[in-house]
Design a binder for this molecule. Structure first.
Ligand code: SF4
Ligand code: SF4
Length: 471
Protein backbone atom coordinates (compact mmCIF):
# COMPACT_ATOMS: atom_id res chain seq x y z
CA UNK A 1 0.00 0.00 0.00
CA UNK A 2 2.94 2.34 0.62
CA UNK A 3 4.08 1.87 -3.00
CA UNK A 4 0.52 2.23 -4.28
CA UNK A 5 0.07 5.48 -2.35
CA UNK A 6 3.25 6.98 -3.82
CA UNK A 7 2.32 5.97 -7.37
CA UNK A 8 -1.27 7.18 -6.80
CA UNK A 9 0.07 10.61 -5.77
CA UNK A 10 2.36 10.70 -8.82
CA UNK A 11 -0.56 9.75 -11.08
CA UNK A 12 -2.59 12.60 -9.54
CA UNK A 13 0.21 15.09 -10.28
CA UNK A 14 0.51 13.81 -13.85
CA UNK A 15 -3.22 14.15 -14.46
CA UNK A 16 -3.24 17.65 -12.95
CA UNK A 17 -0.33 18.80 -15.14
CA UNK A 18 -1.86 17.10 -18.19
CA UNK A 19 -5.10 19.02 -17.75
CA UNK A 20 -3.79 22.45 -16.76
CA UNK A 21 -0.04 22.44 -17.49
CA UNK A 22 1.92 23.30 -20.66
CA UNK A 23 0.54 21.42 -23.65
CA UNK A 24 3.94 20.68 -25.19
CA UNK A 25 4.63 16.96 -24.64
CA UNK A 26 8.31 17.18 -23.53
CA UNK A 27 7.37 19.90 -20.99
CA UNK A 28 4.48 18.09 -19.35
CA UNK A 29 4.51 15.57 -16.49
CA UNK A 30 1.63 13.57 -17.98
CA UNK A 31 3.30 12.78 -21.30
CA UNK A 32 6.87 12.46 -20.01
CA UNK A 33 5.74 10.43 -16.98
CA UNK A 34 3.44 8.09 -18.89
CA UNK A 35 5.20 7.57 -22.22
CA UNK A 36 8.87 7.85 -21.25
CA UNK A 37 9.28 6.86 -17.60
CA UNK A 38 6.34 4.57 -16.84
CA UNK A 39 6.84 2.46 -19.96
CA UNK A 40 10.63 2.38 -19.66
CA UNK A 41 10.60 1.43 -15.99
CA UNK A 42 7.88 -1.21 -16.48
CA UNK A 43 9.90 -3.21 -19.00
CA UNK A 44 13.12 -2.86 -16.96
CA UNK A 45 11.29 -4.08 -13.81
CA UNK A 46 9.80 -7.02 -15.71
CA UNK A 47 13.20 -7.97 -17.08
CA UNK A 48 15.08 -7.70 -13.77
CA UNK A 49 12.45 -8.72 -11.21
CA UNK A 50 8.80 -9.26 -12.11
CA UNK A 51 5.39 -7.64 -12.06
CA UNK A 52 6.37 -4.80 -9.69
CA UNK A 53 4.05 -2.32 -11.39
CA UNK A 54 0.88 -4.30 -10.63
CA UNK A 55 2.21 -4.51 -7.07
CA UNK A 56 2.43 -0.69 -6.96
CA UNK A 57 -0.67 -0.13 -9.11
CA UNK A 58 -2.29 3.28 -8.42
CA UNK A 59 -5.72 1.90 -9.34
CA UNK A 60 -5.65 -0.36 -6.27
CA UNK A 61 -6.61 2.43 -3.86
CA UNK A 62 -9.84 3.42 -5.64
CA UNK A 63 -10.47 -0.30 -6.12
CA UNK A 64 -10.26 -0.76 -2.33
CA UNK A 65 -12.92 1.93 -1.95
CA UNK A 66 -15.02 0.23 -4.65
CA UNK A 67 -14.71 -3.08 -2.82
CA UNK A 68 -15.83 -1.47 0.43
CA UNK A 69 -18.88 0.07 -1.27
CA UNK A 70 -19.71 -3.19 -3.03
CA UNK A 71 -19.58 -5.22 0.15
CA UNK A 72 -21.57 -2.63 2.09
CA UNK A 73 -24.26 -1.70 -0.44
CA UNK A 74 -24.33 -4.39 -3.15
CA UNK A 75 -24.39 -7.53 -1.02
CA UNK A 76 -20.88 -8.55 -2.12
CA UNK A 77 -21.47 -7.75 -5.78
CA UNK A 78 -22.02 -9.86 -8.89
CA UNK A 79 -19.87 -12.44 -10.63
CA UNK A 80 -18.44 -11.17 -13.91
CA UNK A 81 -20.64 -12.59 -16.72
CA UNK A 82 -19.11 -15.63 -18.40
CA UNK A 83 -18.81 -13.92 -21.80
CA UNK A 84 -16.56 -11.24 -20.28
CA UNK A 85 -14.20 -13.70 -18.59
CA UNK A 86 -10.87 -14.71 -20.07
CA UNK A 87 -8.59 -12.49 -22.12
CA UNK A 88 -10.74 -11.70 -25.16
CA UNK A 89 -11.99 -8.35 -23.84
CA UNK A 90 -8.43 -7.40 -22.91
CA UNK A 91 -7.17 -8.45 -26.37
CA UNK A 92 -9.79 -6.17 -27.99
CA UNK A 93 -8.92 -3.28 -25.64
CA UNK A 94 -5.19 -3.67 -26.28
CA UNK A 95 -5.73 -3.49 -30.06
CA UNK A 96 -8.07 -0.51 -29.62
CA UNK A 97 -5.52 1.24 -27.43
CA UNK A 98 -2.64 0.65 -29.90
CA UNK A 99 -4.83 2.02 -32.68
CA UNK A 100 -5.96 5.10 -30.73
CA UNK A 101 -2.37 5.73 -29.60
CA UNK A 102 -1.22 6.02 -33.21
CA UNK A 103 -4.31 7.73 -34.61
CA UNK A 104 -4.51 10.46 -31.98
CA UNK A 105 -0.75 10.75 -31.29
CA UNK A 106 -1.39 10.23 -27.59
CA UNK A 107 2.33 10.54 -26.74
CA UNK A 108 2.22 14.14 -27.97
CA UNK A 109 -0.98 15.16 -26.18
CA UNK A 110 -0.81 15.89 -22.42
CA UNK A 111 -4.52 16.69 -22.26
CA UNK A 112 -5.60 13.38 -23.83
CA UNK A 113 -3.02 11.44 -21.83
CA UNK A 114 -4.53 12.85 -18.63
CA UNK A 115 -8.05 11.95 -19.77
CA UNK A 116 -7.00 8.40 -20.66
CA UNK A 117 -5.54 8.01 -17.13
CA UNK A 118 -8.70 9.48 -15.57
CA UNK A 119 -10.92 7.19 -17.64
CA UNK A 120 -8.80 4.26 -16.48
CA UNK A 121 -9.42 5.17 -12.84
CA UNK A 122 -13.17 5.50 -13.43
CA UNK A 123 -13.51 2.20 -15.32
CA UNK A 124 -11.42 0.28 -12.75
CA UNK A 125 -13.51 1.75 -9.94
CA UNK A 126 -16.85 1.06 -11.67
CA UNK A 127 -16.03 -2.54 -12.59
CA UNK A 128 -14.76 -3.39 -9.12
CA UNK A 129 -17.74 -1.75 -7.47
CA UNK A 130 -20.17 -3.99 -9.34
CA UNK A 131 -18.25 -7.23 -9.81
CA UNK A 132 -16.55 -9.24 -7.11
CA UNK A 133 -13.09 -10.77 -7.26
CA UNK A 134 -10.35 -8.95 -9.11
CA UNK A 135 -12.39 -8.86 -12.33
CA UNK A 136 -10.69 -5.76 -13.67
CA UNK A 137 -7.14 -7.05 -13.12
CA UNK A 138 -7.75 -10.58 -14.32
CA UNK A 139 -10.01 -10.06 -17.30
CA UNK A 140 -10.05 -6.43 -18.45
CA UNK A 141 -6.98 -4.31 -17.64
CA UNK A 142 -4.75 -3.93 -20.75
CA UNK A 143 -1.80 -2.66 -18.68
CA UNK A 144 -2.09 -5.67 -16.39
CA UNK A 145 -2.19 -8.04 -19.36
CA UNK A 146 1.01 -6.47 -20.68
CA UNK A 147 2.61 -7.05 -17.29
CA UNK A 148 1.39 -10.67 -17.22
CA UNK A 149 2.84 -11.17 -20.72
CA UNK A 150 6.19 -9.61 -19.76
CA UNK A 151 6.39 -11.41 -16.43
CA UNK A 152 6.46 -14.76 -18.26
CA UNK A 153 10.16 -14.06 -18.82
CA UNK A 154 10.87 -12.54 -15.37
CA UNK A 155 13.42 -14.07 -12.99
CA UNK A 156 11.11 -13.97 -9.91
CA UNK A 157 7.79 -15.57 -9.04
CA UNK A 158 5.66 -15.93 -5.92
CA UNK A 159 5.32 -19.56 -4.93
CA UNK A 160 5.12 -21.96 -2.02
CA UNK A 161 8.32 -22.81 -0.18
CA UNK A 162 7.37 -26.36 0.79
CA UNK A 163 4.70 -28.57 -0.85
CA UNK A 164 4.58 -30.76 2.27
CA UNK A 165 3.35 -27.85 4.42
CA UNK A 166 0.47 -27.25 1.98
CA UNK A 167 -0.45 -30.93 2.00
CA UNK A 168 -0.88 -30.75 5.79
CA UNK A 169 -2.64 -27.37 5.75
CA UNK A 170 -6.35 -27.53 6.50
CA UNK A 171 -7.39 -23.88 6.20
CA UNK A 172 -6.05 -22.98 2.73
CA UNK A 173 -6.09 -19.33 3.76
CA UNK A 174 -3.94 -18.38 0.73
CA UNK A 175 -7.02 -18.78 -1.46
CA UNK A 176 -9.92 -18.49 1.01
CA UNK A 177 -8.55 -15.70 3.17
CA UNK A 178 -9.18 -15.44 6.88
CA UNK A 179 -10.61 -12.82 9.22
CA UNK A 180 -9.52 -9.43 7.87
CA UNK A 181 -6.98 -10.93 5.42
CA UNK A 182 -7.81 -11.51 1.75
CA UNK A 183 -6.97 -14.71 -0.07
CA UNK A 184 -5.93 -14.57 -3.72
CA UNK A 185 -8.64 -12.63 -5.58
CA UNK A 186 -7.24 -13.78 -8.91
CA UNK A 187 -8.12 -17.40 -8.09
CA UNK A 188 -4.52 -18.62 -8.02
CA UNK A 189 -4.29 -21.44 -5.46
CA UNK A 190 -0.67 -21.43 -4.34
CA UNK A 191 -0.01 -25.19 -4.16
CA UNK A 192 -1.14 -25.48 -7.81
CA UNK A 193 0.01 -22.10 -9.05
CA UNK A 194 2.55 -22.23 -11.89
CA UNK A 195 4.49 -19.18 -13.03
CA UNK A 196 3.50 -15.54 -13.25
CA UNK A 197 0.46 -15.44 -15.52
CA UNK A 198 -2.35 -13.55 -13.75
CA UNK A 199 -0.22 -12.86 -10.67
CA UNK A 200 -0.26 -9.19 -9.70
CA UNK A 201 2.42 -9.59 -7.01
CA UNK A 202 -0.17 -8.16 -4.59
CA UNK A 203 1.26 -10.30 -1.74
CA UNK A 204 -2.22 -11.06 -0.31
CA UNK A 205 -1.43 -14.78 -0.31
CA UNK A 206 1.84 -14.15 1.57
CA UNK A 207 -0.03 -12.21 4.25
CA UNK A 208 -2.78 -14.84 4.42
CA UNK A 209 -0.72 -18.02 4.72
CA UNK A 210 -0.60 -18.88 8.45
CA UNK A 211 2.57 -20.97 7.96
CA UNK A 212 4.64 -18.32 6.19
CA UNK A 213 4.97 -20.86 3.41
CA UNK A 214 4.89 -18.46 0.45
CA UNK A 215 7.63 -16.17 -0.77
CA UNK A 216 9.52 -14.73 -3.72
CA UNK A 217 11.43 -17.40 -5.53
CA UNK A 218 14.07 -17.01 -8.23
CA UNK A 219 13.91 -19.13 -11.36
CA UNK A 220 15.40 -19.51 -14.82
CA UNK A 221 13.74 -16.72 -16.88
CA UNK A 222 11.27 -18.10 -19.48
CA UNK A 223 11.23 -21.53 -17.81
CA UNK A 224 7.47 -21.48 -17.25
CA UNK A 225 7.02 -21.41 -21.05
CA UNK A 226 8.83 -24.69 -21.63
CA UNK A 227 6.13 -27.04 -20.31
CA UNK A 228 2.35 -27.08 -20.27
CA UNK A 229 1.19 -28.16 -16.81
CA UNK A 230 -2.25 -27.41 -15.38
CA UNK A 231 -2.03 -23.91 -13.85
CA UNK A 232 -4.34 -22.90 -11.03
CA UNK A 233 -6.82 -20.23 -12.15
CA UNK A 234 -5.74 -20.59 -15.78
CA UNK A 235 -5.73 -24.24 -16.88
CA UNK A 236 -3.31 -25.37 -19.58
CA UNK A 237 -1.80 -22.70 -21.83
CA UNK A 238 -2.31 -24.97 -24.86
CA UNK A 239 -6.07 -24.99 -24.21
CA UNK A 240 -6.37 -21.20 -23.80
CA UNK A 241 -6.89 -19.63 -27.23
CA UNK A 242 -7.47 -16.26 -25.57
CA UNK A 243 -4.07 -16.39 -23.84
CA UNK A 244 -2.46 -17.42 -27.13
CA UNK A 245 -4.20 -14.48 -28.83
CA UNK A 246 -2.83 -12.17 -26.14
CA UNK A 247 0.69 -13.47 -26.83
CA UNK A 248 0.22 -12.94 -30.58
CA UNK A 249 -1.14 -9.40 -30.14
CA UNK A 250 1.66 -8.38 -27.78
CA UNK A 251 4.36 -10.02 -29.93
CA UNK A 252 3.29 -8.66 -33.30
CA UNK A 253 2.03 -5.47 -31.64
CA UNK A 254 5.58 -4.83 -30.42
CA UNK A 255 6.85 -4.75 -34.00
CA UNK A 256 3.83 -2.83 -35.28
CA UNK A 257 4.13 -0.21 -32.54
CA UNK A 258 7.82 0.34 -33.29
CA UNK A 259 7.16 0.26 -37.04
CA UNK A 260 4.57 3.04 -36.62
CA UNK A 261 7.18 5.52 -35.38
CA UNK A 262 9.75 5.21 -38.16
CA UNK A 263 9.86 7.47 -41.19
CA UNK A 264 8.92 4.90 -43.92
CA UNK A 265 5.53 4.37 -42.31
CA UNK A 266 4.43 7.89 -43.28
CA UNK A 267 5.10 7.18 -46.96
CA UNK A 268 3.23 3.88 -46.61
CA UNK A 269 0.28 5.61 -44.93
CA UNK A 270 0.13 8.23 -47.68
CA UNK A 271 0.22 5.54 -50.38
CA UNK A 272 -2.53 3.53 -48.66
CA UNK A 273 -4.57 6.67 -48.21
CA UNK A 274 -4.33 7.47 -51.92
CA UNK A 275 -5.15 3.89 -52.95
CA UNK A 276 -8.13 3.65 -50.60
CA UNK A 277 -9.55 6.95 -51.71
CA UNK A 278 -9.14 6.08 -55.37
CA UNK A 279 -10.80 2.68 -54.97
CA UNK A 280 -13.62 3.89 -52.73
CA UNK A 281 -14.35 6.96 -54.85
CA UNK A 282 -13.75 9.53 -52.13
CA UNK A 283 -16.17 7.84 -49.74
CA UNK A 284 -13.54 8.22 -47.02
CA UNK A 285 -12.65 11.40 -45.22
CA UNK A 286 -9.92 13.12 -47.23
CA UNK A 287 -7.59 13.96 -44.34
CA UNK A 288 -8.09 11.09 -41.91
CA UNK A 289 -5.29 8.58 -41.31
CA UNK A 290 -7.80 6.10 -39.87
CA UNK A 291 -8.50 3.93 -42.96
CA UNK A 292 -4.82 3.56 -43.87
CA UNK A 293 -3.88 2.91 -40.25
CA UNK A 294 -6.70 0.36 -39.93
CA UNK A 295 -5.34 -1.44 -42.99
CA UNK A 296 -1.80 -1.50 -41.52
CA UNK A 297 -3.22 -2.83 -38.23
CA UNK A 298 -5.29 -5.49 -40.03
CA UNK A 299 -2.19 -6.60 -41.93
CA UNK A 300 0.17 -6.42 -38.95
CA UNK A 301 -2.03 -7.88 -36.24
CA UNK A 302 -4.29 -10.29 -38.15
CA UNK A 303 -3.29 -11.21 -41.71
CA UNK A 304 0.49 -11.56 -41.31
CA UNK A 305 0.35 -13.31 -37.90
CA UNK A 306 -2.33 -15.70 -39.23
CA UNK A 307 -0.22 -16.54 -42.28
CA UNK A 308 3.03 -16.94 -40.34
CA UNK A 309 1.49 -18.98 -37.51
CA UNK A 310 -0.36 -21.18 -39.99
CA UNK A 311 2.85 -21.86 -41.90
CA UNK A 312 4.90 -22.51 -38.75
CA UNK A 313 2.19 -24.66 -37.15
CA UNK A 314 1.62 -26.74 -40.30
CA UNK A 315 5.38 -27.24 -40.81
CA UNK A 316 5.89 -28.15 -37.17
CA UNK A 317 3.07 -30.66 -37.29
CA UNK A 318 4.38 -32.22 -40.51
CA UNK A 319 7.94 -32.46 -39.17
CA UNK A 320 6.69 -34.17 -36.01
CA UNK A 321 3.99 -36.26 -37.68
CA UNK A 322 4.94 -39.41 -35.75
CA UNK A 323 3.61 -37.72 -32.60
CA UNK A 324 0.16 -37.26 -34.12
CA UNK A 325 -0.27 -33.63 -32.98
CA UNK A 326 -3.14 -31.66 -34.42
CA UNK A 327 -2.47 -28.28 -36.06
CA UNK A 328 -4.15 -26.53 -33.10
CA UNK A 329 -1.97 -28.40 -30.61
CA UNK A 330 1.20 -27.50 -32.53
CA UNK A 331 0.34 -23.79 -32.61
CA UNK A 332 -1.06 -23.86 -29.06
CA UNK A 333 2.23 -25.15 -27.71
CA UNK A 334 4.87 -23.41 -29.82
CA UNK A 335 3.29 -19.96 -29.99
CA UNK A 336 4.70 -19.28 -26.51
CA UNK A 337 8.20 -19.41 -27.98
CA UNK A 338 7.44 -15.95 -29.40
CA UNK A 339 7.09 -14.33 -25.96
CA UNK A 340 10.81 -13.49 -25.43
CA UNK A 341 11.07 -12.09 -28.98
CA UNK A 342 8.00 -9.89 -28.52
CA UNK A 343 9.13 -8.73 -25.11
CA UNK A 344 12.62 -7.92 -26.44
CA UNK A 345 11.10 -5.67 -29.09
CA UNK A 346 9.09 -3.79 -26.45
CA UNK A 347 12.22 -3.57 -24.33
CA UNK A 348 14.36 -2.21 -27.19
CA UNK A 349 11.65 0.27 -28.19
CA UNK A 350 10.87 1.56 -24.70
CA UNK A 351 14.57 1.58 -23.79
CA UNK A 352 15.07 3.91 -26.77
CA UNK A 353 12.52 6.39 -25.37
CA UNK A 354 13.78 6.02 -21.83
CA UNK A 355 17.44 6.43 -22.74
CA UNK A 356 16.74 9.46 -24.93
CA UNK A 357 14.33 11.15 -22.52
CA UNK A 358 14.88 9.94 -18.94
CA UNK A 359 16.51 13.15 -17.69
CA UNK A 360 13.71 15.26 -19.18
CA UNK A 361 11.95 14.59 -15.90
CA UNK A 362 14.33 17.05 -14.14
CA UNK A 363 13.35 20.19 -16.11
CA UNK A 364 9.73 19.06 -16.30
CA UNK A 365 9.53 18.83 -12.49
CA UNK A 366 11.43 22.14 -12.17
CA UNK A 367 8.95 23.75 -14.56
CA UNK A 368 5.99 22.27 -12.66
CA UNK A 369 7.37 23.63 -9.37
CA UNK A 370 8.06 27.00 -10.99
CA UNK A 371 4.41 27.18 -12.08
CA UNK A 372 3.38 26.52 -8.48
CA UNK A 373 5.90 29.15 -7.18
CA UNK A 374 7.93 26.49 -5.31
CA UNK A 375 11.08 26.78 -7.44
CA UNK A 376 12.92 29.86 -8.72
CA UNK A 377 16.29 28.69 -10.12
CA UNK A 378 16.89 28.33 -13.89
CA UNK A 379 15.23 25.32 -15.51
CA UNK A 380 17.65 22.77 -17.00
CA UNK A 381 15.89 22.27 -20.35
CA UNK A 382 19.14 21.02 -21.88
CA UNK A 383 18.83 17.73 -19.92
CA UNK A 384 17.34 14.73 -21.73
CA UNK A 385 19.32 11.70 -22.88
CA UNK A 386 20.72 9.28 -20.34
CA UNK A 387 23.44 7.96 -22.68
CA UNK A 388 25.19 9.33 -25.79
CA UNK A 389 22.91 8.91 -28.81
CA UNK A 390 25.55 6.78 -30.56
CA UNK A 391 25.03 4.10 -27.87
CA UNK A 392 21.33 3.66 -28.63
CA UNK A 393 21.51 1.28 -31.56
CA UNK A 394 24.08 -1.09 -30.00
CA UNK A 395 22.02 -1.29 -26.79
CA UNK A 396 18.78 -1.94 -28.68
CA UNK A 397 20.45 -4.50 -30.95
CA UNK A 398 21.88 -6.44 -27.98
CA UNK A 399 18.42 -6.53 -26.35
CA UNK A 400 16.85 -7.81 -29.56
CA UNK A 401 19.54 -10.49 -30.07
CA UNK A 402 19.12 -11.65 -26.47
CA UNK A 403 15.36 -11.89 -27.01
CA UNK A 404 15.86 -13.98 -30.14
CA UNK A 405 18.36 -16.21 -28.34
CA UNK A 406 15.90 -16.77 -25.47
CA UNK A 407 13.04 -17.42 -27.93
CA UNK A 408 15.10 -20.09 -29.73
CA UNK A 409 15.88 -21.78 -26.41
CA UNK A 410 12.18 -21.74 -25.51
CA UNK A 411 11.23 -23.22 -28.92
CA UNK A 412 13.71 -26.07 -28.46
CA UNK A 413 12.58 -26.68 -24.87
CA UNK A 414 8.93 -26.79 -25.96
CA UNK A 415 9.97 -29.24 -28.68
CA UNK A 416 11.66 -31.42 -26.05
CA UNK A 417 8.50 -31.36 -23.94
CA UNK A 418 6.20 -32.11 -26.88
CA UNK A 419 8.47 -34.94 -28.07
CA UNK A 420 8.56 -36.58 -24.63
CA UNK A 421 6.30 -39.51 -25.71
CA UNK A 422 8.74 -40.43 -28.53
CA UNK A 423 11.38 -43.13 -27.93
CA UNK A 424 14.57 -41.66 -26.47
CA UNK A 425 16.93 -42.05 -29.50
CA UNK A 426 14.56 -40.13 -31.78
CA UNK A 427 13.42 -37.57 -29.24
CA UNK A 428 16.03 -34.84 -29.62
CA UNK A 429 15.98 -34.89 -33.43
CA UNK A 430 12.20 -34.77 -33.43
CA UNK A 431 12.16 -31.89 -30.91
CA UNK A 432 14.62 -29.89 -32.98
CA UNK A 433 12.75 -30.50 -36.24
CA UNK A 434 9.45 -29.39 -34.71
CA UNK A 435 11.10 -26.28 -33.27
CA UNK A 436 12.76 -25.30 -36.59
CA UNK A 437 9.77 -23.49 -38.18
CA UNK A 438 9.39 -21.40 -35.01
CA UNK A 439 13.10 -20.66 -34.93
CA UNK A 440 12.76 -19.47 -38.54
CA UNK A 441 9.84 -17.24 -37.50
CA UNK A 442 11.90 -15.82 -34.62
CA UNK A 443 14.78 -15.05 -37.01
CA UNK A 444 12.34 -13.38 -39.41
CA UNK A 445 11.06 -11.18 -36.58
CA UNK A 446 14.64 -10.48 -35.50
CA UNK A 447 15.52 -9.32 -39.02
CA UNK A 448 12.42 -7.12 -39.20
CA UNK A 449 13.15 -5.70 -35.76
CA UNK A 450 16.75 -4.87 -36.70
CA UNK A 451 15.53 -3.16 -39.87
CA UNK A 452 13.10 -1.07 -37.79
CA UNK A 453 15.88 -0.08 -35.37
CA UNK A 454 18.05 1.05 -38.28
CA UNK A 455 15.38 3.48 -39.53
CA UNK A 456 15.17 7.13 -38.50
CA UNK A 457 12.90 7.09 -35.46
CA UNK A 458 10.75 9.81 -33.87
CA UNK A 459 12.20 11.07 -30.57
CA UNK A 460 8.84 11.01 -28.82
CA UNK A 461 8.75 12.75 -25.45
CA UNK A 462 12.03 14.68 -25.72
CA UNK A 463 13.09 18.08 -26.98
CA UNK A 464 14.89 16.32 -29.82
CA UNK A 465 11.36 15.54 -31.02
CA UNK A 466 10.52 19.24 -31.08
CA UNK A 467 13.76 20.23 -32.77
CA UNK A 468 13.47 17.41 -35.31
CA UNK A 469 16.34 15.18 -34.15
CA UNK A 470 16.42 11.53 -35.17
CA UNK A 471 18.48 8.45 -34.40
S1 SF4 B 1 -2.38 -21.32 3.26
FE1 SF4 B 1 -0.15 -21.58 3.06
S2 SF4 B 1 0.22 -23.68 3.74
FE2 SF4 B 1 -1.98 -23.49 3.36
S3 SF4 B 1 -2.25 -24.24 1.24
FE3 SF4 B 1 -1.99 -22.02 1.14
S4 SF4 B 1 0.24 -21.73 0.83
FE4 SF4 B 1 -0.06 -23.82 1.54
S1 SF4 C 1 -2.56 -13.26 -3.91
FE1 SF4 C 1 -0.53 -14.11 -4.35
S2 SF4 C 1 -0.85 -15.44 -6.15
FE2 SF4 C 1 -2.64 -14.12 -5.98
S3 SF4 C 1 -2.15 -12.39 -7.34
FE3 SF4 C 1 -1.53 -11.78 -5.25
S4 SF4 C 1 0.65 -12.37 -5.15
FE4 SF4 C 1 -0.21 -13.43 -6.94
Amino acid sequence: MAMQTVVFALAGLMIFDGLVGPQLAPKNLATVGAWVHYRGLVVIALLLAGNLFCMACPFMLPRQAARWLRERFLAGGLALPAFLRGKWVAVALVVLFFFAYELFDLWATPWWTAWVALAYFVVAFAIDMVFRGASFCKHICPLGQFNFFGSLISPLEIKVRGAGVCAECETKDCIRGSAGVRGCELALFQPRKVGNMDCTFCLDCIHACPYDNIGFSSRVPTRELWADPFRSGIGRFSARRDVAALVVVFTFGAFLNAFAMIKPVYALLAALQAALQASLAHALHATSDAPGLALIFALGLVVLPAMLLTAAGAASRALGRSLGLSFGQAVGRFVYALVPMGFAMWLAHYAFHFLTGALTIVPVVQSFLTDTALYRAPIRWELGPLVPLSWLFPIEAVLLYLGAFAAIIVAVQIGMDVARPAPRPARQGLALRMALPWIALVLLLLGFGMWILLQPMEMRGTFLMVTGGAS
